[in-house]
Write a protein that binds this ligand. Sequence first.
Ligand code: SR1
Ligand code: MG
Length: 411
Amino acid sequence: MAAYEALTVASLPRRLGGLAALTDRLGPAAAWQVREVGDGNLNLVFIVRGAGAAHALIVKQALPYVRLVGDSWPLPLNRSYFEHEALIRQAARDPGSVPEIHHFDREQAVIVMEFLHPHTILRGKLIAGEKVAGLGAVLGRFCARTAFRGSDLAMDAAAKKADTALFLGNAALCDITEQLIFTDPYYDAPRNHHTPELTPVVAGLRADPAVRAAAQAMLLRFTAGAETLCHGDLHTGSVMCTDSDTRIIDPEFGFYGPMGFDLGMLLANFLMAYLSQPAHRDDPHEMQGWLLSVISDCVAAFGAEFATLWASERRGILHPQSLAPDDSVRDAVLAHIWQDAMGFCGCEMHRRCLSLAHNADFERIADTALRARLEARTLMMGRQLLIERASVPDVAALTALARDYDGKDIL
Ligand code: SR1
Ligand code: MG
């Protein structure tokens, strides 16, 4: 096996040109056109087009360090293995939701997959004011199917334990989340930065022991709540859409964690899209209304799909048929998922304004005074979700809270 070597635009045709998985779809390597398009924080991503450009594939390769920071922050290549393993499970648990895989090379940390076209990254669409039909329902179903079908509600217990053990190997990626989401936002960590005008609000947040305690309680849920295989990084940059099709990408942060983790991350990112809209258009209300409807649709689809699977696929050790659990037991499980989701949602809203890897939703706002006003609403709403998560019983309460914070003058 050849030792790992990062691909380049020039070397890719030579190095991958002998693979039938590529040439069957793209034709001979001599005619390939290669472009590096990775704009994420970690990896190389190439679009490879065949002759006539009718067909294209994505070649994704992990780098041995965090791309955003450079080689001073090494990161294991095996995250590519975990991404590949997670994609296989997601494709089985929610068919059609993730890109099709055509080739995987563990040594080179390379995944060759379907080129999603004309899909673009959802975050950019939301900033641009573009809507996607069916978005909330597709994402809610994805979260429910992957949560349920990867858990002790559905899986064979031994298989689930073996899978949990396998994904424990993704420790370096979990470490990123443990630091950047649950810890760094709550003190003056070296990698942090925030909009200068936001300083008084940040100081207040960091001075509050209840906030730190709640964030650490959510960290314990993250580390110890091995309920299902989570995507692990389900933000609006991990979703690609046309105006009517939605696909989920990039599960390299896959880990066994709480069933509410992915849902909470996703809701946080929709809330940040909502709260940042006033900076992106003169009349934000229509887009904001639509974003709240996406949140409502997503949670409704999650609940409905979870209930369907509860009735039809409950073959695991948890709440077995022998105990004849009634609907109130199912609803208690859903309430537990929701409470976790609210806590994770609050932490994610904090981290995207305070620690490493902010959101374009806010970063693209050039007027820093305006950005800080909108981020202040985000931080304070996140605080309420985090420390009062038990007082936000349902999605109606969540969207009402969002409307409330959207009208608040905190700065
Ligand atoms: C160092 S990696 C920073 C962030 O990028 C990824 O997309 C995850 O969101 C991670 O937290
Ligand atoms: Mg990613």
